[in-house]
Write a protein that binds this ligand. Structure first.
Ligand code: URA
Ligand code: SF4
Length: 210
């Protein structure tokens, strides 16, 4: 993949970035998806949350975390005492990757590849450089892989206060915390309440670093 770098605008403010991202062809995911789903929130946000990629509903709406996972994230933020209006929410990959169900109708989420995560990372780094949050929360392994390195093990370092992968550090060096993805809680067959509580706990820890 050529990657997103050549599609970045000269002016790095959020509206310019969002507008430019709509023309991105940095990997092949723009072909099948409906639209680019850029991050949302204020450039004054002191906490930045990173998910994996937009899902079916986000791809239709053009906004991150508005589907089932988004509703659970809203609840977790609320339980943690964090106003979603004060955080910036985005994804490691800006286009929805899916495969068609056998009947051709339903679009089934497919994990982005390491190459696609790397191709899309310039957008995420530009968002980080523009928002300059105190703390970044990686929701799930894909976001963690994008910012903490591809060998990062979520099961081993979940909830720890970390720093960006060395190669990605610029003048801006936020605290980084990785936790489970809200979709993993939705998929869990048992102990959903425990899983939600631990996500809430990690969000609270992250909020205390602002
Ligand atoms: N899952 C994500 O990781 N991001 C979204 O925006 C929606 C679901
Ligand atoms: Fe560009 Fe990212 Fe979309 Fe690939 S997924 S086309 S890199 S915005």
């Amino acid at each position: 993949y050529p990657g997103a770098q050549e599609f970045l605008p000269d002016t790095l403010d959020l509206p310019s970035l969002a507008a430019a991202s709509r023309g991105c062809r940095g990997c092949d995911l723009y072909k099948a998806a409906e639209r680019t789903v850029f991050g949302a929130g204020s450039d004054e946000a002191r906490m930045l949350l990173v998910g994996e990629q937009p899902g079916d509903q986000e791809d239709r709406a053009g906004e991150p975390f508005v589907g089932p996972a988004g509703r659970l994230l809203d609840k977790a933020l609320e339980d943690a005492g964090i106003d979603r209006g004060t955080v910036y929410v985005t994804n490691a990959v800006k286009h929805f990757r899916f495969e068609r169900a056998a009947n051709g109708k339903r679009r089934i989420h497919k994990k982005p590849s390491g190459g696609q995560i790397a191709a899309c990372r310039p957008w995420l780094l530009a968002e980080l450089d523009t928002v300059r949050p105190d703390v970044v929360v990686c929701l799930g392994a894909t976001a963690a892989q994008a910012l903490l390195g591809k060998d990062f093990k979520l099961t081993e370092h979940r909830g720890e206060v970390l720093r960006l992968d060395e190669e990605l550090r610029s003048s801006h060096d936020p605290a980084v915390l990785a936790t489970i993805h809200p979709s993993a809680i939705l998929r869990a067959r048992s102990n959903r309440d425990d899983a939600l509580r631990s996500l809430v706990g990690d969000l609270q820890r992250a909020a205390s670093l602002r």
